[in-house]
Design a protein around this ligand. Structure first.
Ligand SMILES: [Zn+2]
Length: 180
């Protein structure tokens, strides 16, 4: 079961305060504790810092130092990610997001379209050796550029499973260095 062994109450009327401990909404495995002399909380596992929202977002937590103003609402037992509109993002940020999405999709679509156009305009004879190769190359082009796009997306939005996987990789890498 998720969050087993946290020792954290699941009561629905448990408010969000700096005096309590909560699961981290980003890595989902660390604990959030308040930082001394600061109105913020830090995760003991992934190191992300968060600030508590002001009313009416006083039961919300916002990540610090992220290009995205990600905002989570505490519902008493777990976090719920709020849509961008409620996260206080300004118009410039929305334009920036749109531009990044457009750029990302262009970086996937344009090379794929160029290779696809080559396959379509200069087809090989069906019985030619390696006649299948241009279409495989087209698929590889799409997959390679698409995977970079997806990687950029999960890094930008700090998707919890991706953050956990990154932490696990870091842990494995530091362990292998230690034992080598
Ligand atoms: Zn964390």
């Amino acid at each position: 079961m998720k969050n087993r062994g946290w020792g954290i109450s699941r009561s629905l009327d448990r408010p969000l305060t700096l005096e309590d401990t909560y699961p981290c909404p980003i890595c989902e495995r660390g604990h959030l504790n308040s930082l001394a002399l600061m109105e913020s909380m830090g995760c003991d596992r992934c190191g992300h810092l968060f600030t508590l929202g002001d009313p009416p977002l006083d039961q919300c937590l916002q990540v610090m130092g992220s290009p995205q103003p990600l905002l989570w609402h505490w519902v008493g037992s777990r976090w719920r990610l709020l849509p961008q509109g409620q996260a206080g993002g300004d118009r410039g940020l929305h334009w920036g997001n749109g531009l990044l999405w457009g750029l990302g999709l262009g970086l996937v679509g344009l090379p794929t379209a160029i290779v696809g156009l080559g396959c379509y305009c200069f087809p090989l004879l069906p019985d030619a050796p390696l006649a299948w190769f241009p279409w495989v190359w087209l698929g590889l082009t799409f997959c390679a550029h698409g995977s970079w796009f997806v990687l950029g997306l999960v890094e930008y939005y700090q998707v919890p499973r991706y953050v956990s996987f990154k932490l696990w990789l870091q842990q494995q890498f530091s362990l292998s260095l230690f034992f080598s």
